[in-house]
Design a protein around this ligand. Structure first.
Ligand code: GLU
Length: 477
């Protein structure tokens, strides 16, 4: 069975060396969506072998971000640091089978070799001094040197694959020297012990043992792929299908990175974006389904494939994200929004009852918001006294309008408390005072809502307790 015909198994293999941002987590979304689209399995593997730079906080952001976006793995998280013994076992097996060998070249010798090659205008590469070949006599093993272990890479010919994004990619084997698959053992180990297995090697062992059929990852790994394919084949396996995703650029056209100001994924949650909106936005950042811009998770799963991945770098665009997010806000269930807004209000010390009224408020205001935090900004007016600007008040709550406000308040005090009756109260007051709607509605908005613009004022007022409206209208007169 080839990788392409086996049941689909994909993986996300982040290195927890910085806070995961949107550009990185797209490399989780696509394998997740592909596995879901094909009824396959999605594996999470944390590549934490760079112990200096890996951190638990970074792992937590990965796990939290994935949970928030609903990218649940079916297997894992597996941690590479917990699999070291298994990698060493495979190195030992490769030594035994003659697929790898010990190299005793010291750093000084390697440096000298490199200098000679550079001087001769050659590409620096390991020269095979310790590579065993039939009939070849190896140099005497130097005393006290801890060897590295190198993979016996094929000589001559080339290696290629049909990348789902890049098409056919080919590397000449000339370019690939014998990769170090294990670094020297530590001082507390016997000289010849197998030290720390290296990055590319661990990836291969894991991809084999986790039975990965489709490797979907960033194209910064393209140069690793030919080496990984050689090791896979040496171990008796056919390579998986590869899809190398183009980089995500930030708004300035630089590679998206924490250093260039990218936010951790969890920041979008804290800013109140709906997860399905972020999933939708990210899905479109390098993949398309016709002209569809707005889609649900279910549609994404139904549609996702590897045949419509974009070939050029995608650029992050916050304005577009906000637009997508506002479309999802419109579609979101009001009770669900109410629960989210309730939490957002609580975070600012505003105790709003999580009841049906809150859901009705969400329904009225959600069209104007990209996030639940923005929705909470709006809804705060129902629970705390708004603070309209003094200048605006002076401009719109003029002496001329005060008697109209007074008359309106008196009518509202008598009205049935619903939007229709509130509208009648406005109409009667306008007719009586010879005013046009904006002249009255604007000061009412300022006094009651603290803003000059709101949805239809009668619908908004109906959501307040009558007493709140009356006291805000009367307070400043
Ligand atoms: N750990 C690598 C990274 O975070 C990904 C390796 C892979 O997907 O093969 O860039």
């Amino acid at each position: 069975m080839t990788a392409a015909s086996a049941p689909v198994r994909t993986r996300f293999a982040p290195s927890p060396t910085g806070f995961i941002h949107l550009g990185n987590i797209r490399s989780a979304l696509y394998p997740w969506a592909f596995a879901r689209a094909k009824g396959g399995v999605f594996v999470l593997r944390i590549e934490d072998t760079d112990t200096e730079r890996s951190s638990q906080e970074a792992v937590d952001v990965i796990l939290e971000g994935m949970r928030w976006l609903g990218l649940d793995p079916d297997e894992g998280p597996f941690f590479q640091m917990q699999r070291m013994d298994r990698y060493r076992e495979v190195v030992a097996q490769m030594l035994y089978q003659g697929l790898a060998y010990r190299c005793y070249m010291s750093q000084a010798e390697l440096d000298a070799l490199r200098e000679r090659q550079m001087a001769a205008k050659q590409k620096p590469r390991y020269d095979g001094t310790w590579r065993p070949e039939p009939g070849k006599t190896l140099p005497p093993i130097p005393e006290g040197v801890r060897p590295v272990i190198r993979f016996k890479s094929p000589i001559g010919g080339s290696v290629s694959w049909d990348d789902k994004v890049k098409g056919r990619v080919e590397f000449s084997n000339e370019e690939l020297d014998d990769l170090v698959i294990a670094r020297p053992a530590g001082e507390d180990q016997p000289l010849n012990a197998i030290g720390t297995p290296t990055y590319n090697f661990c990836v291969v062992v894991d991809d084999i043992e986790m039975r990965i059929t489709h490797v979907i990852r960033g194209d910064d790994h393209v140069n690793n792929t030919p080496r990984q394919i050689h090791i896979l084949r040496a171990l008796g396996h056919e390579p998986p299908v590869y899809a190398h995703l183009p980089t995500v650029l930030n708004e300035h056209g630089e590679k998206m990175s924490k250093r260039h100001g990218a936010k951790p994924v969890t920041a979008y949650r804290d800013e109140g974006f709906l997860p399905e909106a972020v999933v939708n936005y990210l899905a479109r950042l390098g993949w398309s389904h016709g002209d569809d811009e707005i889609f649900t998770r279910e549609q994404l799963i139904a549609w996702f494939d590897l045949d419509h991945l974009g070939k050029s770098a995608a650029q992050y665009d916050e304005a577009k994200l906000r637009w997508v997010a506002s479309q999802h806000m419109k579609q979101a269930d009001d009770a669900r929004l109410a629960a989210l807004v309730h939490v957002a209000l609580q975070a600012r010390g505003i105790a709003a009852p999580a009841d049906e009224r809150l859901a009705t408020m969400c329904a009225l205001f959600k069209d104007r918001c990209a996030t639940t935090v923005e929705l909470a900004d709006w809804l705060a007016m129902f629970f705390v006294e708004p603070q309209p600007g003094e200048a605006e008040l002076r401009q719109h709550v003029t002496d001329a309008i005060r008697s109209a406000l007074h008359a309106l308040a008196d009518r509202l005090a008598q009205a049935t408390w619903d939007a229709g009756s509130i509208q009648q109260a406005f109409k009667a007051t306008l007719a009586e005072q010879g005013l046009k709607m904006p002249a009255l509605a604007l000061p009412v908005r300022l006094l009651v809502c603290g803003r000059a613009q709101t949805p239809s004022i009668d619908a908004v007022l109906a959501l307040f307790p009558r007493e709140t409206v009356l006291s805000r209208l009367r307070e400043r007169r």
